[in-house]
Write a new protein. Structure first.
Lengths: 464, 235
């Protein structure tokens, strides 16, 4: 019986080999071509168009939005407008929320004193937990409340598929699948979710490219960091509208760097570890529709902004406590936190960063949202305990720890390029079922982040 | 006694496939999870002229070259689970692109009805379609629908009834490829017939093997094995 079984499936494999021997390499193209010809012929014979032949509105807009000349500039301008609205609009509410939480903190502290609570409890709950979570809220909520609805409006209007269409050309040139532009767009929201969306890519090779490079677009966990650092350090000499404009330009630049790195890494991988030719596919461009404005705004604010925030707070709370414990438990003559910081510092300095920043990225592995709060807590735990009521105070903390524009730029670059967050890594493992590829998706971005920040630091120091 | 016939729904995404599915089955549906796949298929039942039907909503795909997980699920269902009838739902407003999938399905299975859906939208745009000519050329019934207004559904049900009771015979058109490919198919087909049972189109298998469809090969290998194992167990 066993041999008969083997015989049958053996026959099939032999048959397959025989088929492959006589098959020509462009057979698939011929099949597809023939299918298209047949469909076309059938339609020419059986379908007739009346007066209202085409959707003129959509065609006209597509001629502009997906034009080879105007497509990309328009895309960059759109991106710029979204960021400008986000940055210019978020400043004031961010400050307001921060000062509200600062005011509340004072009262909570008095309450603790009133109850004669021990210092360590106050430290743990107020300086660790409370500060960590309120910082995440005041820094992230206003930008998200503007960014997500604006983005959702563009999406519902039908512009995002056009972005994918424009990107498709470039992705094909670098040997990746056009649908990678869709997973990349998803990555701007959340890299972990984009890992699941990579399922739409058929070939395992191209899917792996999409997975390995998705991290190079900033997810909403990193928008906060980028926006805060850019507005604090990059537009220092400007005020008012010009300040927001410069900040916007810097962030658009950072995003473009991320996209460039995506293309570059895809290209290198498709020439080396993941060799192959991109496969063809159909990308559907739906007609432009006027979105239901308020419904879109409310839905995206509630669903996206709130869910991201809840997630951030969930991770920020334990991380805040952990950071406080690390900073306040001594091993030998100094705290555990300082041991880590001093250990990492030489390497950090080489990259134009410092030990605190690297520590924040490491402790922030579970979620990018908490990197900045951890960093601030780290700095505060060693310096004088100042109250942080507004963004200006925040800049003082950074500057007193030796920050320059270079530190800020390199932290932005490192945030853009470094290893994916823990959730994303877990999803990569679930999707690829391979420890090797999960490890590669950790090590490739990290190596690039180190290389780029190192190069920028060295160049800047030489030029100075 | 009532017979139960299985009817699969295939089609491109956004063609109103699910609208048709809902129109046909109403609330009598549940989501079935198919062994070994995380992709789930919705199933629903419907009774018409004392015949019991089970509708299976396949994932929406642009082609059925079985490259992605959804395409594989759709292909495996049509080829190996052998529904009594496959409805291919196409979008009247972009018929040309949709017919690609229809032509591919006609190569795989015999009993097919092409449902041209979204006719209301097409009429608004001044598109007219000669469905008789299409039916003649494709060798299977072609029916115009507007699933969302339930227009054309009685005719569809009537056609389904006549096909499963053998009153209409489907003779799906087989695309003639260029001479070279046809010669290769012809040289391979006799061997395919020896290995694969005759309820699966040997011409289609030969074509897929020539195209280097490894996922189909794998599927065939496991399907043949399980089949023989059942035979062995019985003997």
């Amino acid at each position: 019986m066993q041999s008969e079984l083997a015989g049958r499936s053996g026959d099939l494999n032999q048959l397959y080999e025989r088929a492959q021997q006589i098959a020509s390499p462009n057979l698939r193209d011929k099949i597809v071509q023939k299918l298209y010809q047949e469909s076309k012929q059938l339609c020419e014979d059986s379908v007739s168009f009346g007066k209202a032949e085409r959707d003129k509105h959509t065609e006209k807009l597509d001629a502009i939005f997906t034009s080879p000349i105007w497509g990309f500039p328009i895309m960059i301008i759109m991106l710029g407008i979204v960021f400008y609205l986000t940055i210019a609009g978020a400043n004031v509410p961010s400050d307001m929320i921060a000062s509200f939480f600062g005011w509340l903190e004072g009262h909570i502290t008095s309450l603790f004193q009133l109850m004669n609570a021990p210092d360590w409890l106050h430290g743990l709950l107020v300086l660790g937990l409370y500060r960590g979570t309120t910082w995440v809220i005041s820094v992230m909520l206003p930008p998200m409340a503007i960014f997500f609805p604006t983005f959702a409006l563009l999406e519902n209007y039908g512009y995002l598929p056009r972005v994918a269409f424009n990107m498709d050309r470039v992705f094909k040139k670098v040997g990746a699948h056009g649908k990678q532009s869709l997973t990349m767009a998803m990555g701007f929201g959340c890299n972990a979710a984009a890992m699941l969306s990579s399922r739409i890519i058929e070939s395992p090779r191209e899917r792996m490219l999409a997975i390995l490079t998705n991290n190079f677009v900033p997810c909403n966990g990193r928008w906060g960091t980028l926006i805060v650092l850019a507005s604090l350090f990059m537009a220092a000499g400007y005020t008012g509208g010009a300040k927001s404009l410069v900040t916007t330009a810097v962030i658009v630049g950072i995003v473009l760097v991320g996209i460039l790195v995506t293309f570059l890494v895809s290209w290198i991988l498709s020439k080396t570890a993941l060799k192959g030719v991109p496969t063809h596919y159909t990308l559907e461009l739906p007609p432009y529709r006027r979105p239901k404005f308020w419904e879109t705004v409310i839905r995206s604010s509630l669903q996206r902004s709130l869910s991201v925030l809840v997630r951030a707070v969930k991770v920020a709370a334990p991380a805040g406590i952990l950071t406080w414990v690390l900073a306040n438990v001594n091993a030998g003559d100094q705290s555990i936190l300082l041991h880590i910081v001093h250990f990492l510092d030489p390497f950090g300095q080489m990259l134009g960063l410092d030990g605190y920043i690297l520590m924040a990225f490491l402790v922030g592995l579970p979620a990018n949202e908490i990197v900045l709060p951890i960093l601030i807590m780290g700095y505060l735990s060693t310096g004088a305990m100042t109250e942080v009521d507004n963004l200006g105070d925040l800049k003082q903390i950074f500057v007193s720890h030796g920050w320059t524009w270079l530190t800020a730029l390199n932290m932005m670059l490192f945030s853009l390029l470094h290893f994916p967050c823990g959730t994303t890594l877990v999803n990569i493992y679930k999707e690829t079922k391979s420890a090797k590829w999960t490890f590669l998706s950790f090590i490739i971005p990290t190596a690039i982040a180190i290389l780029v920040t190192f190069a920028v630091a060295q160049i800047a120091r030489l030029a100075a | 006694m009532t017979d139960t016939f299985r009817i699969a729904l295939a089609g491109n995404p956004n063609t109103g496939k699910s609208t048709l599915f809902n129109a046909l089955t109403g609330l009598k549906q549940h989501t079935g999870n198919w062994a070994g796949k995380t992709v789930s298929l919705a199933e629903g039942t419907f009774k018409h002229r004392s015949k019991q039907y089970r509708f299976i909503d396949l994932p929406g795909t642009y082609s059925i070259f079985s490259n992605s997980a959804d395409e594989e699920v759709a292909r495996n269902y049509i080829v190996f689970e052998k529904p009594d009838l496959t409805l291919v739902v196409v979008d009247a407003t972009s018929l040309e692109r949709n017919l690609n999938l229809a032509l591919q399905i006609l190569e795989m299975t015999k009993n097919v009805v092409i449902c041209i859906n979204l006719m209301d939208e097409a009429e608004k745009r001044g598109i007219t379609i000669n469905e008789r000519l299409l039916a003649r050329r494709l060798g299977v019934p072609v029916i115009k629908l507007s699933a969302r207004n339930r227009a054309g559904i009685p005719l569809l049900l009537d056609t389904i009834d006549r096909i499963v009771s053998g009153k209409i015979a489907c003779e799906p058109v087989q695309i003639k490829y260029d001479g070279e490919i046809e010669a290769r198919i012809a040289s391979l087909e006799p061997f395919v017939k020896q290995v694969v049972d005759d309820r699966i189109s040997s011409r289609w298998i030969a074509l897929r093997l020539l195209d280097g469809d490894e996922s189909l090969l794998k599927e065939l290998n496991t399907r043949l094995k399980t089949k023989e194992e059942t035979v062995c167990n019985q003997s």
